[in-house]
Design a protein around this ligand. Structure first.
Ligand code: ADP
Ligand code: MG
Length: 243
């Protein structure tokens, strides 16, 4: 299988505090990798290093064989390949759903208005929100806003999608609709790295689960391996709290 993201000896410190302490991993085309671990273990920092939102202190991240942290790399071009969805939906509040989705692709991908609207419609259909195309974010529920955020990320036609706890800020009854959209995306073959506390989703959708603790991948495996027979004491301890 093609390696889409290769991480080698990735370290990151903020001041004197080490946050990532040497992460190695390879993510393959169409793979869904869920990252779990305690709060403060470095999950968000790891994800942000993958698309260069965060500098690395050491080591390398290659995305499609391009070095993310090499100053010679065209980071904007690289980021266009990588969609990201955050815990907070951060849609532009004064723009409609259509405008939120089309703003970036119209600029970067040089689409005409008609092309952009057609693509937005397609994406909204996919996330089940076509009827909201002219609504404003504050007219939508949290779950709907997060689905728009996913559609917006997809509008750039990324080859990789990163999710950082996309359902953590949602009321419980809205979690399912967002996970369903993510699952559909996974089934279409999108390469995905998902930081999540939704262990049910990880078990059902992930090809591989990484357990991060104190800036290290303590253990990784298939969901069955990791959830049903964790090898490391730290993994067991964490799972006993969240399962
Ligand atoms: P997680 O997502 O697993 O909760 P984070 O990656 O957000 O963990 O944070 C890991 C550690 O790095 C935490 O101790 C956090 O306080 C610290 N940290 C994260 N971002 C910054 C920053 N910009 N400046 C200083 N410390 C940070
Ligand atoms: Mg985090």
């Amino acid at each position: 299988m093609d390696v889409v993201i290769r991480v080698e000896k990735l370290t990151k410190q903020f001041g004197a505090a080490p946050v990532l302490r040497g992460i190695d991993c390879a993510i393959h085309a169409s793979e869904v990798v869920c990252v779990i671990g305690p709060s403060g273990s470095g999950k968000s920092t790891f994800l942000r290093c993958l698309n260069g939102l965060e500098d690395a202190s050491g080591g390398t991240v290659l995305v499609n064989n391009v070095s993310v942290h090499d100053p010679k790399t065209n980071i904007d071009a690289l980021r266009a390949e990588i969609g990201m969805v955050f815990q907070r939906f951060n849609l532009f509040p004064h723009k409609t759903v259509l405008e939120n989705i089309t703003l970036a692709p119209s600029k970067v991908r040089k689409l005409t208005d008609a092309q952009a609207r057609a693509r937005a419609s397609e994406l909204l259909l996919k996330v089940g929100l076509l009827e909201k195309i002219d609504a404003y974010p504050n007219q939508l529920s949290g779950g709907q806003q997060q689905r728009v955020a996913i559609a917006r990320a997809l509008a750039m036609q990324p080859r990789i999608m990163l999710f950082d706890e996309p359902t953590s800020a949602l009321d419980p009854e809205m979690v399912g609709e967002v996970l369903a959209v993510m699952q559909a995306l996974a089934e279409e073959g999108m390469t995905m790295v998902v930081v999540t506390h939704e262990m049910g989703f990880a078990r059902q959708v992930a090809d591989r689960v990484l357990f991060l603790d104190e800036g290290l991948v303590v253990e990784q495996g298939t969901p069955t391996e990791l959830f049903d027979s964790p090898k490391e004491e730290r993994t067991r301890k964490f799972l006993s709290k969240v399962l």
